[in-house]
Design a protein around this ligand. Sequence first.
Ligand SMILES: *Cc1c(COP(=O)(O)O)cnc(C)c1O
Length: 224
Amino acid sequence: MDLEKNIAKVQEKIVKCVKDAGRKVEDIHLIAVTKYFGVEINEQLYDLGLREFGENRADIFLNKVEKLKGHQDIIWHFIGNLQRRKVKQVINKIDYFHALDSLALAAEIEKRAEQKVKCFVEVNISGEESKHGFKADEVKTFIAELKNFNKIEVVGLLTMAPLSASQEELHQYFGHLKTLQEKISSLQIVYAPCTEVSMGMSQDFEIALLEKASYIRVGTALYS
Ligand SMILES: *Cc1c(COP(=O)(O)O)cnc(C)c1O
């Protein structure tokens, strides 16, 4: 496992896609998804210059935060489904929450958060039965329902494409999420600036970047 080489490869692809799409590299956040490994991999990635990490299991996340607390500039992204009973322990230690998918979860965050939490609303853009998240036509209503939640800031939308999607379908799904994000952003809701899109994983981040992803969540590609 040559982390340095793998990071360089991913970054090279990012640069190329961003150029092709007429965008700026500075506008792209590479979240290194470290859920597959122990804290020593986070340490190595940190030493290689990465600062944004994605985790999806509360217990493992908390353990890593404790061990890495000397590195104040780490940005922690919680990218998985968060059980309501774990919100209390986790919510004040993360910088971004990528999986806001119900009003009940929003209410728990509201109750437990000590300050505003930057959230991505999860959208099931493909409409697959097995996926979490709101359908595209439910997102606006959900965001309106967050009006009285002072601790929730909707910074953007997140989606995960089906594993089986073709290249063409990936363009469609990601393009659709971007359009939806722009529509919500144009409503100028104070608590929902909604300027960001979190989409693209190891398999599909290049297409996501061409469709204007601003946060990509890459795991496997860093560890091959
Ligand atoms: C695991 C995970 C990723 C990373 O997936 P890879 O295919 O390993 O890049 C991205 N997003 C979410 C929500 C995940 O759970």
